[in-house]
Design a protein around this ligand. Structure first.
Ligand code: C2E
Ligand code: CA
Ligand code: CA
Ligand code: CA
Length: 275
């Protein structure tokens, strides 16, 4: 028994050493990701439920590591937030997404994910303003996606930043609604323009009565507050039908389109007939 314990301990220690080394390596390599052009954006369509046409795209970040290949943003964004690399990366995302959207013939919305670290940084609002001027993108076409968790660290500071960015004419969506803390008071306190229901609720609307009840309630909440509601992670026709029947405003998910290079959506951005 004693021997087993030691063996387990040794195994564990090696495992942790690897994880730490791994993380250090990613931390280090992330610092060069922007300069070495290892980042790219993919775009996922957002559609109006009743008319079924694309109203905008969400920009999603992709990192191709020189030796390890594609690394998920769910892994590298938290690391970039801890090291501060997210400031440079977030600025690159904002500039690239706005420059791209400014070239579209159709006046579609571009939704950009923004992390808490960026919002609390003094340069955030001037950065957004500068990029809007530089790219000529009309501010009303830019929507910032922000999670509630991003706001709770310092509510007053976050509120000040969001008010200033809204004064530029930019819109703000509450991302991942339903998964954070005190959603209802945040909805009232912050100047949101849209609610995005987290995909985890959509996944079970057709099999789980509670998920359906929650989605229905959020759509009602949006209507009461005058905020459009977008459902994320829509994967099946049955889910889409449910959201249509409940009069959810917008949908996004693999059923409507997977995140892909913008070239895949030229017919939409250029307003051409379907291929
Ligand atoms: P998010 O903002 O909630 O983005 C939605 C995620 O769900 C994306 O994952 C998207 O690819 C995925 N998704 C879309 N439709 C479906 C579907 O029908 N089913 C399922 N299962 N998933 C779907 P992705 O691209 O891996 O991004 C993960 C997270 O990383 C994002 O979650 C966001 O929090 C963060 N992220 C991505 N790009 C950026 C960025 O440019 N800046 C910041 N700060 N965060 C980003
Ligand atoms: Ca998002
Ligand atoms: Ca989300
Ligand atoms: Ca999320």
């Amino acid at each position: 028994a004693k021997g087993d314990g030691r063996a387990t301990y040794r195994f564990y220690e090696t495992g942790m050493g690897d994880a730490v080394r791994d993380r250090r390596m990613l931390e280090h390599d992330l610092r060069h990701a922007v300069a070495d052009e290892q980042l790219m954006l993919v775009y996922q369509p957002q559609e109006g439920v009743q008319h079924g046409s694309v109203v905008g795209f969400e920009a999603l970040l992709r990192w191709t590591h020189p030796t390890r290949g594609a690394i998920s943003p769910a892994i590298f964004i938290p690391i970039a937030e801890e090291t501060g690399a997210i400031l440079e990366i977030g600025t690159w995302v904002m500039r690239t997404a706005c420059a791209e959207a400014a070239t579209w013939k159709q006046p579609l919305t571009i939704a950009v994910n923004v992390s808490a670290v960026q919002i609390y940084h003094d340069d955030f609002v001037p950065m957004v303003h500068q990029i809007l001027l530089e790219t000529g993108l009309p501010p009303a076409r830019l929507e910032l996606e922000i999670t509630e968790t991003a706001l709770i660290r310092d509510l007053n500071r976050a509120l000040t930043a969001l008010r200033r960015v809204k004064a530029l004419g930019v819109r703000i969506a509450m991302d991942d609604f339903g998964t954070g803390y005190s959603s209802l008071s945040n909805l009232r306190a912050f100047p949101f323009d849209k609610i995005k229901i987290d995909g985890s609720f959509i996944k079970s609307v057709n099999s789980n009565g509670q998920a359906a009840t929650i989605v229905r309630a959020v759509v009602g909440l949006g209507r009461g507050l005058g905020l459009p509601v977008l459902a994320e992670g829509v994967e099946t026709e049955a889910e889409l039908q449910f959201l249509h029947d409940e009069k959810c405003d917008e949908v996004q998910g693999y059923l409507l389109g997977r995140p892909a290079p913008i070239e895949n959506f030229t017919h939409v951005t250029e307003g051409l007939p379907l291929p």
